[in-house]
Design a protein around this ligand. Sequence first.
Ligand code: AMP
Ligand code: MN
Ligand code: MN
Length: 316
Amino acid sequence: MRIIDEVKDAKTIAIGGHIRPDGDCVGSVMGLYLYLKKELPGAEIDVYLDKPEDIFDCISRIEEIKSEFNTEKTYDVFVALDTGDDRLGGAEDIYRKAHKKINIDHHISNPGCGDLSIVEPERSSTAELLYDLMDPSMVDEEIAVAIYIGIVHDTGVLRYSNTSPRTLQIVAELIKFGFDFSKIIQETFFEKTYRQTQIMGRAILESVRFMGDKCIVSVVSRRMMEFYRVTSADLDGIVNQLLAVKGVECAIFMYETGTLEYKVSMRSNGRVNVSAVAVKFGGGGHVRAAGCTMNGTCHDNINNLSVEIAEQLKDA
Ligand code: AMP
Ligand code: MN
Ligand code: MN
């Protein structure tokens, strides 16, 4: 199946992704944008997404993203990438109004929310899935960079178990364009600002193990975020670092988003299905990486999550 067959008659197309967009989301959205611009030069194409982090400025035409969602426009097609319709944020209304909704995603918790839904949980990333819906002869260096960033970010630079032979074949095709992939990895994935490094250190220092040291948790309060002058985007990577502790099966990281409200991130080595845990609390994700938003004190939230995790570890 080719994505172009599904959109070729559209005069107006919108593309969107999830709130707090990560590398896969930004890479997929921009990859599809650049691709459709090339395939359908006569069509009007808009991208709706929360403003991506500056690290993604290496993606061509990223400044064309619209982060104001107040539009009366009804699009012929809306393609929602890397999420269901529950996390489209400000773009949700635009999505609902569109004449044809297409949903392309790889989250196991997403039942599909489009007139056409292509949800493949075995895919490393939405970017990987998207690439296989493109005509490879139409892919150029700029599209390749966007797709590459998507794949690299969701696979932890081709390390996580979601990396498949197909992932690596696609990456091989992409890096043939000759862009400086090593620089892209360093500047978008590994490099951290001083403040990001400081709060990561603090979060790790204050982490606590429980459940016979099989789980680890760390909580960042709003006061801490204000002290280090960081935003939610600066906290990426902390939960993965917690999972790197020897013996830990499941890592939980949460930060305060409002009064008695926390954004929770979970990571697992595979024994615990954290997507199933997140779904119980209204979130979702993948078996080894998932998230949700929880109300209550952080201690209540940890207790509630622990019950679900303990249940799974018991069966394992
Ligand atoms: P995070 O911990 O935010 O990096 O998210 C881990 C994975 O779970 C990513 O693939 C997210 O897209 C997904 N995820 C995070 N939060 C949610 C949520 N509230 N609902 C559905 N999926 C989520
Ligand atoms: Mn994502
Ligand atoms: Mn993804």
